[in-house]
Design a protein around this ligand. Structure first.
Ligand SMILES: Cc1ncc(COP(=O)(O)O)c(C=O)c1O
Length: 450
């Protein structure tokens, strides 16, 4: 076994509820033996047990709500709402992916060096849904705090934040997250106001945003917030840790709807929050336990299985998305179909293309197309045979949805905008299906005009 990367790094001891879980992680109890150099390998090998003759290749799953205890004993595991051993492989895998550690474990602990591992790792925290993770994270902001939020952040959270603001729990400041100077000004203004009120501030970043695909200048905004002592959160659902690692830019908390790309098969709902901060970790863990926002054993099993193939799925879907964006962009000027616009961070026409190219490891598997109005967009969706009109994203199958069908999607999202979550089917089939739908609608429109 190679442990060339140097001495194992010890994580700080803690008396918290998490101490036992963390101890298990530090001793490498549930981890792989391999010392790996690439995240693709780590995705497959991370979180597996140390292999002995007869040991299962996949970590076992506990279908139990409670664990036996002994008075005065170690009693590491007690009640499944507090933590379950079979969550550990996925929780540590997500933490290492977000921290950018591409190492496995030595069996004696993390195999890392300061250069390779700039972010200390604490296990990720799995939640029953992305929204449960979001709810735990936003509750890190005490009542009376200020929340700076992108105007196009995921509508579920946008609605929750508005509801919390309406109840007087927080003051909401919506920003166009792509406009760095304007966001900087808001950060400065809110920080000054909050200081006078002795109130805390949280900066929430989603990038790329759902569904408008705006790309924030992560390093600049996180640095600005840090300078002013503002707590920072990044929803990394769209980019995934394979394309963007916000902890490395100084984010305090990164979160995911595991439901999407990480699990990848549209067959479960789950969330995760990852932080390198001991105190925040403890508070999030406590929130999860007390609010009961825990995932089920089958979901965790499926999500870990899904994560194993994240790299190959994302590569395939992203390459399809790039090709579709290129073909739609070429179709636009022909005027042959009602298509009015295409938006994809990988296109030169995207307003933050240069930023996306510099900042993201890839442009992702989501794009949007724009039709003139809701009726035309709905007609296109009606004619699809391969794409499924459905909400959600990040699965192996391609989904299409007109976002403004939801009353909570803001009016700044065009009525005729269709979000495409591109899967791993053959790109020619995906394009052909959309093209035939667009052409059918074009001919129907011509017939109506006659
Ligand atoms: C960017 C983003 N964050 C969070 C969520 C919420 O996740 P979940 O549906 O797993 O609760 C979603 C769901 O669509 C999302 O798109």
């Amino acid at each position: 076994m190679s442990t060339s990367a140097g001495a194992p790094r010890a994580l700080p001891a803690s008396q918290s509820l998490d101490a036992a879980r963390r101890a298990a992680l530090v001793t490498g109890e549930s981890t792989t033996v391999a010392d790996v150099t690439d995240e693709r390998t780590y995705l497959v090998s991370g979180g597996r047990g140390i292999h002995e003759a007869g040991s299962p290749v996949n970590p076992p799953v506990d279908f139990t709500s409670t664990y036996s205890y002994r008075p005065g004993g170690d009693n590491r595991w007690e009640y499944a709402r507090e933590g379950v051993p079979s969550w550990q492989p996925l929780e540590e895998l997500l933490a290492h992916l977000e921290a950018g550690t591409r190492r496995g474990h030595s069996g004696q602990g993390f195999v890392t060096t300061a250069e390779e591992h700039p972010v200390p790792v604490l296990p990720g925290l799995l939640f029953s849904s992305g929204m449960a993770a979001i709810s735990a994270v936003v509750h890190l902001l005490p009542p009376g705090g200020h929340l700076i939020l992108p105007r196009h952040s995921y509508m579920g959270f946008s609605t929750l934040a508005q509801e919390m603001a309406d109840r007087g729990l927080l003051t909401l400041h919506r920003v166009d997250i792509a406009e760095t100077e304007a966001v900087r000004t808001t950060i400065a203004d809110v920080a000054t106001l909050a200081q006078a009120q002795d109130a805390p501030v949280m900066l929430w970043i989603e990038s790329p945003t759902n569904p408008m695909l705006e790309v924030a200048d992560l390093p600049a905004l996180l640095a600005e917030a840090k300078r002013r002592g503002i707590l920072t959160v990044v929803d990394n659902t769209f980019a995934t840790p394979l394309r963007q690692q916000p902890l490395k830019h100084g984010a305090d908390v990164v979160l995911h709807s595991v439901t999407k790309f990480l699990a990848g098969h549209s067959d479960l709902i789950m969330g995760a929050a990852i932080t390198a901060d001991e105190q925040l970790h403890q508070r999030l863990h406590q929130h999860r336990t007390l609010h009961g926002a825990v995932p089920g054993p089958m979901e965790v099993f499926l999500a870990l299985r899904g994560v194993r193939t994240l790299a190959v799925r994302l590569d395939a879907a992203e390459s399809n998305a790039a090709e579709l964006a290129r073909r739609f962009a070429a179709l636009l000027p022909t005027g042959e179909t009602p298509l009015r616009g295409v938006r994809y961070p990988g296109l030169g026409s995207h307003p933050q293309h240069a930023r996306a190219a510099a900042q993201l490891g890839g442009f992702g598997a989501i794009l949007t197309i724009e039709l003139p109005d809701a009726a035309t967009a709905d007609a296109v969706l009606q004619h699809l045979t391969l794409w499924t009109p459905a909400t959600s994203l990040g699965g192996v199958e391609s989904l299409a949805e007109r976002r403004r069908r939801h009353s909570t999607e803001p009016e700044t999202v065009p009525d005729g905008l269709i979000r495409l979550s591109v899967g791993i089917e053959h790109v020619d089939d995906l394009y052909a299906d959309l093209l035939q739908a667009l052409r059918l609608v074009a001919s129907e429109n011509r017939d109506e005009k006659r």
